[in-house]
Design a protein. Structure first.
Length: 662
């Protein structure tokens, strides 16, 4: 398990250029690849063109050479065909060889110096018109060309023309001079098709389409193996001889390599598109990832902030009890750092060494079962040696697959709480002891007061009886009455002592069914002598019947006496005629109450707040504990002690207690 204490690296927003850079590089890469393809292709074309030109020049030269050679052969035939002794047999044989099928020369005509036909091989079907009337160059033989050859002394090529058999032909007029004397012309009629067929080698026609065009650009002869019309490359060169606008056109066949290049370019384009698509996909993925990472980071920061601000210590342990996570609050609590705690196996450094065995046993118990809802209290030791009271709640740590991988514990530092509780308890005990002491002191003085009266009465009754005995004037009936009164006073004294004894002995309230009217009567019985002394007139107004309450009679009586005493104290300064104190009982549906109404000095608002504070008194001989204890007694019985201003002057104190029927 990875501990969340590992800090996440900061997330920088990628700059726009970082996104654009791959696209830019990709575009550049594609551009470079396309340029390369284009360069290779143009180099290829350039090379093809160079090869084409050299091949065309070669073929043109070849044709020219062949025609010149033929002209030479025809020239060599001159002496034998136009010799003074007529045509020799040898000449006929040579001419025959020249016009053999496959040879470009299809006919040999020889002409005398005057332009007349000397003969032809093969023979002419129709005798041509006389030379001077046949001026056109396409007619055979042409007088114009004859004359030109005679005049120039060189072989003259005639124009191309279509023969009857659709063959395309041209003639070469080769003059013959016998010494310096013109002796005639030998005409060699060439078949252009045969010339091309014979002189253009097979490999040339495999690679090129060769055509011969006439002056108007019309194709008259061609040699090709494959159609090359789709090609855009061609080379046109004048074919001279025969000249006169005849040209040689050569076109290379579309190379197979072009398909490969196209395929390659297509593949590159496809691959580039694929790369663009995958970069785009990658970017989308990255954006989604980034969004998820951002959300995770926010979640993490939120969780971290939450954990850091927690006051409750959190710690997780694996199944062996090894620490796998602690939050800052826990570290602060025990005084050890995260690094010191993570990975630590029991015994932990914050266990109390004096109580190791117990802590170990508790640890094993928690690892086996966890803790209940109330948690487990344990005493630990901080790094600085201070004791730490902790309340631990342990729960199983369940992973995403639902398996338990360890224990998650929340730890509350209850040291202060425990100390405060302890202090409060001590204080309360002290207070109770003090209040008891005070009460005892008050009781003692009350006792003194109260016992004084019955004892004085007993003493005076006893003295009276003795006097009568001494005088011998003893009336038994009178004596009986006096002794009866004496006994009553002794009983009362005994009652007072018993009550005090009861109060002092018991610390816990003894709840019993109580009639507040009886309590009021008892209390008044107790304070009556004092009231008489102070000239206070006590009025009693009890409602009958009154619901009972569950309470400690001595304590409630204590409250009633205290309230009555305070009331009497408050009326010290007013004229004796107005010193009236009303003690009454009252009830509501749920409560019963004793009410003490005085007409004394009243309670100024600035004192009202402090009234119930311990030791608050305005009396020189007062202890200031009375009301405080009275309120404690009221609260002990789930009741309340309240006061209000008396509209007639003075104060009204009311002790409310829950009625037992409620
Ligand atoms: P103590 O009687 O010893 O002073 P108490 O707690 O009983 O202590 O009373 C506290 C103070 O409350 C008294 O000193 C007095 O000033 C005031 N007080 C109590 N009851 C009355 C009353 N009925 N009228 C006016 N003041 C009163």
């Amino acid at each position: 398990m990875t501990t969340p204490t590992v800090a996440m690296p900061p997330l920088g927003q990628p700059a726009a250029w970082r996104w654009r850079l791959p696209y830019l590089l990709l575009a550049l890469f594609i551009g470079a690849i396309l340029s390369l393809v284009w360069l290779v292709r143009s180099n290829d074309l350039e090379e093809q063109r160079a090869t084409l030109i050299s091949d065309v020049l070669w073929i043109e030269q070849n044709l020219r050479f062949q025609l010149e050679k033929n002209a030479d052969v025809l020239g060599e035939l001159g002496p034998e065909l136009l010799g003074r002794d007529g045509m020799s047999y040898n000449a006929a044989a040579r001419a025959m060889r020249l016009i053999q099928p496959g040879n470009p020369v299809v006919q040999v005509i020889w002409m005398a110096p005057d332009g007349s036909i000397g003969g032809a091989m093969p023979r002419l079907e129709v005798m041509p018109p006389p030379v001077d009337r046949a001026e056109t160059t396409t007619e055979l033989p042409s007088s114009g060309l004859f004359r030109l050859a005679a005049a120039s002394g060189r072989a003259v090529f005639g124009p191309v023309f279509k023969a009857i058999d659709n063959d395309v032909r041209f003639a070469v007029y080769v003059p013959y001079y016998h010494g310096s004397e013109f002796a005639g012309v030998v005409v060699g009629v060439h078949s252009l098709r045969d010339l091309v067929n014979r002189e253009v080698p097979w490999w040339f026609s495999e690679r090129y389409e060769l055509s011969i065009l006439d002056a108007s650009g019309e194709e008259i002869v061609s040699k090709s193996k494959v159609d090359a019309s789709a090609t855009e490359m061609e080379y046109l060169i004048p074919l001279d001889p025969p000249g006169r606008g005849v040209s040689l056109r050569v076109r290379p066949y579309r190379a197979q390599v072009r398909w490969v290049a196209a395929l390659l370019s297509g593949a590159i384009a496809l691959l580039a598109a694929g790369v663009v698509w995958s970069v785009w996909q990658l970017r989308r993925h990255m954006v989604r990832r980034q969004e998820a990472e951002l959300a995770l980071r926010e979640e993490y920061a939120f969780r971290r902030a939450m954990e850091d601000s927690l006051l409750t210590g959190l710690r997780a342990r694996d199944m062996d009890g090894r620490m796998i996570y602690v939050n800052p609050a826990f570290c602060r609590m025990v005084g050890f750092s995260t690094e010191e705690l993570i990975g630590h196996a029991p015994p932990m450094p914050y266990w109390d060494p004096d109580d190791l065995a117990r802590t170990q046993a508790l640890h094993e118990y928690i690892l086996a079962r966890g803790t209940t809802g109330d948690g487990v209290e344990v005493q630990l030791k901080r790094r600085n040696g201070e004791r730490l009271d902790a309340l631990i709640f342990e729960a199983p740590l369940i992973d995403a697959q639902g398996r338990q991988t360890g224990w998650m514990g929340s730890v509350l530092d209850i040291t202060e709480q425990k100390r405060a509780r302890h202090l409060a308890r001590q204080q309360e005990e002290r207070l109770q002891a003090t209040s008891r002491l005070i009460t005892m002191g008050e009781m003692a003085s009350t006792l003194a007061h109260e016992l004084n009266q019955p004892l004085t009465a007993i003493a005076s009754y006893a003295t009276g009886c003795l006097n009568r005995l001494d005088q011998g004037a003893m009336d038994p009936i009178e004596m009986r009455g006096v002794l009866g009164k004496l006994g009553k006073q002794a009983q009362r004294a005994g009652q007072i002592i018993r009550r005090v004894h009861d109060f002092v002995r018991r610390s816990e309230p003894k709840r019993e069914r109580l009639d507040l009217n009886a309590i009021v009567r008892e209390s008044i019985g107790l304070v009556e002598p004092d009231a008489r002394k102070r000239a206070v007139d006590i009025e009693v107004a009890l409602i009958e019947p009154l619901a009972c309450t569950q309470a400690d009679p001595v304590m409630v009586e204590q409250v009633a006496i205290n309230l009555i005493r305070n009331g009497m104290d408050a009326m010290k300064e007013i004229p004796a005629s107005r010193r009236r104190l009303l003690v009454s009982t009252t009830s509501t549906a749920q409560e019963v109450a004793i009410r003490v109404v005085d007409h004394g000095s009243g309670i100024p608002p600035e004192l009202a707040r402090k009234l119930f504070e311990p030791f608050f008194t305005t009396k020189s001989e007062g202890m200031g504990m009375g009301l405080n204890i009275c309120r404690s007694i009221a609260e002990l019985h789930h009741g309340r002690l309240v006061f209000e201003d008396n509209p007639d002057g003075g104060t009204i104190f009311t002790l409310w207690l829950p009625s037992s029927s409620a």
